[in-house]
Design a binder for this molecule. Structure first.
Ligand code: SF4
Length: 60
């Protein structure tokens, strides 16, 4: 696996991405500082159906 880890952030040690269980947040969204202000997390977590669909899609 190649390393695409972002530069170390001092804000939080290794924040996990809620949308990709087991994986750290890679700040893949524009202008986020971590899962706490990630719009995608907000969106998915506030919509159970979306959340399930998302989880399902991650399995394939
Ligand atoms: S920016 Fe959001 S979707 Fe991207 S890795 Fe971090 S928490 Fe996950």
């Amino acid at each position: 696996m190649t390393s695409d880890a972002p530069a170390k952030t001092r804000r939080r040690p290794d924040p996990k991405c809620p949308l990709r269980p087991g994986e750290p947040c890679t700040l893949c969204q524009y202008d986020v500082h971590g899962p706490e202000d990630c719009p995608l997390v907000y969106l998915i977590m506030n919509d159970p159906e979306d959340r399930e669909a998302w989880a399902e899609s991650r399995r394939h």
